[in-house]
Design a protein around this ligand. Structure first.
Ligand code: SF4
Length: 334
């Protein structure tokens, strides 16, 4: 690969993203965690807000779970932020609050995988550690004309080994960002702009005209669909919400929700627990797609007449927006 051409292209053409203007390992870590599964444009305002709110690792370590969830509400995949806070606490207790500087130490932080560790080591410390994500796999598999299934771990490893051999010859902090930026701006998933690409001269996919077919990725995961009855329960000036304990969206608030298709089954189950609702039978239907599951929700409004479920929390309507809530429920019209 013509590394010099790639690096020069990056220096001259990269977007001035707020988190790409920093070599601070904390900033790079925060941005890389936010960018997992989330678009750059979505991340930008969250990143700025996050850094103002938690300017140091120590501020993040001390944040309340509620406050942290509220700060990242809307980004999804909230487990990554809980792990991030655990990592911040580890940095305080084991590294005196100073961000670790070796690969093994960075990799040992909760939630930090090989990709994130590689990004931090190369961008913040200019060390030759590869950071191979989906974008990089796309660029390199096209460049090498590799038509193997990139859904398989052994093939991803081969691409990562190539990427590692490249970064060892490069200026790591520029190379990592350059190949990420090339994947975002030029070697895009659809209709790559090969005519503007600094790697075009030796790109095999371009030579063979196969750039739109590569990479080949067969999906390894199956998604599951759940049918829920979701209740917006009012009680004078308040709603009842539940704080999730499940791994998905743990710590986020939601409307009481029950797996099943019949609201009447839910009502009679609640009545058997001494909870009585006055139901408005007009329902609205919502759908939310997560990476591994889909929620189909029949949403009903109801007034509480009597009783209270031990899991429900009474929340004043004025305070409703201050509680962290997953978009799956935040988007439901009250
Ligand atoms: S020439 Fe086209 S396919 Fe090859 S790396 Fe560049 S943008 Fe991607």
């Amino acid at each position: 690969m013509d590394i010099k051409k790639l690096e020069t292209w990056y220096v001259q053409n990269h977007r001035k993203l707020v988190f790409r203007e920093s070599r601070n390992p904390y900033h790079i870590w925060v941005s890389e965690v936010m960018l997992q599964q989330t678009q750059v444009d979505t991340v930008l305002p969250y990143f700025s807000k996050f850094i103002i709110k938690y300017p140091t690792v120590s501020d993040l370590a001390k944040a309340s779970e509620e406050d942290l969830h509220k700060t990242v509400e809307g980004l999804g995949y909230y487990r990554r932020f809980r792990l991030m806070q655990q990592a911040a606490q580890k940095i305080i207790s084991e590294y005196q609050g100073i961000f670790p500087k070796t690969y093994d130490e960075v990799r040992s932080l909760p939630g930090v995988g090989a990709y994130t560790a590689g990004a931090i080591m190369s961008i913040a410390y200019n060390q030759p550690y590869s950071a191979t994500d989906g974008n990089v796999i796309r660029v390199i598999s096209r460049y090498l004309g590799d038509d193997q299934d990139m859904g398989l771990e052994k093939n991803k490893k081969r691409i990562d080994a190539y990427q590692q051999s490249m970064i060892e010859k490069a200026t790591p902090w520029i190379y990592t960002q350059a190949i990420m930026e090339l994947g975002a701006l030029i070697c895009r998933p659809r209709q790559p702009k090969c005519e503007l690409c600094p790697l075009q001269e030796h790109c095999l996919a371009y030579a063979q005209g196969s750039q739109n077919e590569l990479p080949i990725i067969t999906k390894q995961t199956k998604t599951k669909t759940y049918q829920y009855i979701t209740l917006i329960i009012e009680d004078h000036d308040a709603y009842y919400l539940r704080k999730r304990h499940e791994e998905l969206l743990k710590g986020m608030y939601e409307y009481p929700q029950f797996e099943g298709e019949s609201v009447y089954t839910v009502l009679s189950e609640l009545e058997s627990q001494g909870i009585f609702l006055d139901l408005n039978e007009d329902k609205s239907i919502y759908k939310h797609v997560f990476s591994h599951q889909t929620w189909l929700m029949d949403v009903y409004h109801a007034q509480l007449i009597k009783g209270i479920h031990p899991d429900w929390i009474r929340i004043d309507k004025h305070d409703f927006m201050t509680y962290p809530m997953a978009i799956a429920h935040r988007k439901i019209k009250r």
